[in-house]
Design a protein around this ligand. Sequence first.
Ligand code: SF4
Length: 260
Amino acid sequence: MQRTSIAWTQWTSNPIHFTVEEDPATKRARKGWLCTKVSKGCANCYSEAINFRYGNRLLYNQTSLDWGEWQFYESEPLEWSRLEEPSKIFVCDMTDLFHPDIPDRFRDKVFSGMEVAPWHTFQVLTKRPEEALSYYGARNERSLWNFPSNLWLGATVESPDYVNRLDVLRKIPARIKFVSFEPLLEDIGEVDLKGTDWIIVGAESGNNRRPFDIDWAYNLLDQAKLQNVKYFFKQTSSQHSGSLEGVPEDLIVREFPAEV
Ligand code: SF4
């Protein structure tokens, strides 16, 4: 678990890793993370860049799944319960907790860890809400269960092509649900935010960032106000993540859906 500069959270925690058993060059295990790209927003995945440099050096694609295995680090949930100060913890920012290849038993452990630390707020963001819904359904077939009440569950919608993720998210009975419009790649147009408590809006950052128009963010701010949804403007288009340089003051609205 580590402190983060991501403005809408305080900590990031990654209990799920992907380890290459034996690097042919060094004969040693290579620890890191993994995911596979699922939509336009993944093109410049920062987790993949970090993993390629400092982790197991695998690219986030289907072939890489054959090179190692998923591992669960029990130490992460333990750290959650050792941290006394109530905090916002973004879980699995280096992968997608609902990647179809991740075993359900790992997700069970993640949610159990949240349940035993009810003073924290856990944030999970996915581009695969349909997998989250299916996990929920399968778990309920085993016995009655719901997502922990201290979980904020979010889906990413980076362009109008993925607005259907919002429809799926609506079907999941998490207490607080949010949508991350980041990296916002196009104007979303009109969007129904029914069932959503919070939206995050942000441009892409980094050297390969794609164009961003501040009017796209104003459009979402207007709709959030009209539909009584909390709004958080994260960042404008810049090489540096988190930049608010040149952003008009009336757009820098930073609300949360609940007290932490
Ligand atoms: S879902 Fe997230 S972690 Fe996975 S490839 Fe896409 S951006 Fe990266």
